[in-house]
Design a protein around this ligand. Structure first.
Ligand SMILES: NC(=O)c1ccc[n+]([C@@H]2O[C@H](COP(=O)([O-])OP(=O)(O)OC[C@H]3O[C@@H](n4cnc5c(N)ncnc54)[C@H](OP(=O)(O)O)[C@@H]3O)[C@@H](O)[C@H]2O)c1
Length: 314
C-alpha cells in the first residue's frame, strides 16, 4: 500500500487526513517515485484553506508540488530512466505521498551529494527566486531590497542575487538577522519605522525590490523607496499588482506567467542542484515531519515564521 495526505473539503490543517491507498501503477510515459522528502510551501495551505481560489473539489486532493525520491517503476515508452534512479520531480502533483506518479519529462537527476531534504526544497522556492531576479533585471551593481528575506524564497533570492553581483538588503524578524548576514544580506527588521531603517541601510537608494511578504507595509515602503514601479515585483500580492502598477509572477496574479518565465523556473532545478553539490548554495531546513504529522507541519508553515524549509519525510 501507499500512504498519502489528502483533503476532501477546504479548511485549516485539521482537514488533512492520512490514508492508505493502493500502490500506483506507472502510466505510459511516466514513472512511480518512492518519495524520500516533500517540501511544504505556503501555497499548499492557501489552496487548502480557499484563500487562493481553485476549482470545486470533486474528490480527495493531495497537496504538494515539491518532491524528491527514487524511481521504483517505469511505464511503457520511458527512455533513460530506470528503477533506482534518484530524482527530483519538477512541478509534482500531489507530493505529500509515499508513492508519486510523474511524467518522465518532470524528472531531474539528483546529484549524489545533494540530500533528499535539499532536493525537495528547491522547486518552488528556488525556481521562484531565480525567475523573479532575472525578470526584475538584477545584475552586477544592483542594490536589491527583498521583503521576506528569511523565507525559503528570500533565502534563495539572497544567495542568487549575491551570485549575480547585487548588493542585498533583506527584511526579517531579528531572530533571523544573523543567518541573513551569513547568506550575504544586510538584514533590516520590518515593522514601524521600516522606511527609515531601509533608507539608512542603502543611502544611495534601491534599484530593484522583490516583495516576498505581500503586506501593505512592504508595498507602501516600496513605493516610498522606488519611483519606477516596474522595478518592483511581487510574488504574493498578485491580485493587486495591476492596480498598483507593479510586476507580479503568480501569487494570485490573474495574468499567467509567460512561457519564458516558466522556463526560468525550470532552469533553477539543475542550477540549484549543481550549486548545492558544489557547496555553493545552502538550504536551511527548519524542521522535518513524518507524513502522519502533516497537519502539524502545515501549522508551522502557516504560522508565517517557519524559520527555514519545512519538509515531510514519508
Ligand atoms: N508567486 C509565486 O510563484 C510564489 C512562489 C513561492 C512563494 N510564494 C509566496 O511567497 C511568500 C513567501 O514564501 P516562502 O516559501 O518564502 O515563505 P516562508 O518560508 O514560509 O517564509 C515566510 C516569510 O514571511 C516573513 N513574514 C511573516 N510575516 C511578515 C510580516 N508581517 N512582514 C514581513 N515579512 C513577514 C517571514 O519573516 P520572519 O520569519 O523573519 O518574521 C518569512 O521571511 C508566501 O506568501 C508564498 O505563498 C509565491
Amino acid at each position: 500500500m501507499a500512504t498519502q495526505v489528502q483533503y476532501a473539503r477546504l479548511g485549516g490543517p485539521e482537514v488533512l487526513e492520512v490514508v492508505d491507498v493502493p500502490d500506483p501503477v506507472a502510466p505510459a510515459g511516466g514513472v512511480v517515485v518512492a518519495v524520500r522528502a516533500a517540501g511544504i510551501n505556503p501555497i499548499d495551505g492557501k489552496l487548502r484553506s480557499g484563500v487562493r481560489p481553485s476549482p470545486p473539489i470533486t474528490g480527495p486532493r493531495v497537496p504538494g508540488s515539491d518532491a524528491a525520491g527514487v524511481v521504483v517503476a517505469t511505464g511503457d515508452g520511458v527512455d533513460g530512466w530506470h528503477a533506482g534512479d534518484e530524482v527530483v520531480v519538477r512541478n509534482a502533483r500531489g507530493a505529500y505521498t509515499t508513492h508519486l506518479v510523474a511524467d518522465a519529462s518532470q524528472l531531474v537527476r539528483k546529484p549524489g551529494p545533494v540530500s533528499w531534504e535539499q532536493a525537495a526544497a528547491i522547486g518552488v522556492p528556488v525556481g521562484t527566486a531565480h525567475q523573479a531576479l532575472i525578470s526584475l533585471g538584477v545584475g552586477p551593481g544592483t542594490t536589491l531590497l527583498i521583503h521576506g528575506g528569511s523565507g525559503s524564497v528570500g533565502r534563495a533570492a539572497i544567495q542568487l542575487a549575491r551570485r549575480l553581483g547585487a548588493r542585498v538588503v533583506a527584511t526579517a524578524s531579528p531572530a533571523n538577522h544573523e543567518r541573513l548576514r551569513e547568506l550575504g544580506a544586510h538584514p533590516v527588521a520590518y515593522g514601524p519605522g521600516l522606511v527609515d531603517r531601509l533608507r539608512a541601510a542603502a543611502p544611495g537608494g534601491y534599484d530593484r525590490i522583490l516583495d516576498a511578504a505581500g503586506t501593505d507595509e512592504a508595498l507602501e515602503a516600496s513605493f516610498e523607496l522606488v519611483d519606477d514601479r516596474h522595478r518592483i515585483g511581487t510574488i504574493v500580492a498578485g491580485p493587486r499588482a495591476a492596480e498598483l502598477g507593479i510586476l507580479a509572477w503568480g501569487g494570485g496574479n490573474p495574468v499567467p506567467m509567460t512561457p519564458a518565465e516558466l522556463a526560468l523556473r525550470d532552469d533553477a532545478y539543475p542550477l540549484a542542484l549543481d550549486l548545492i553539490a558544489a557547496g555553493e548554495f545552502e538550504v536551511d531546513v527548519a524542521r522535518t515531519f513524518p507524513l502522519r504529522e502533516a497537519a502539524e507541519a502545515a501549522r508551522l508553515v502557516e504560522g508565517g515564521h517557519p524559520g527555514g524549509k519545512v519538509l515531510l519525510l514519508p
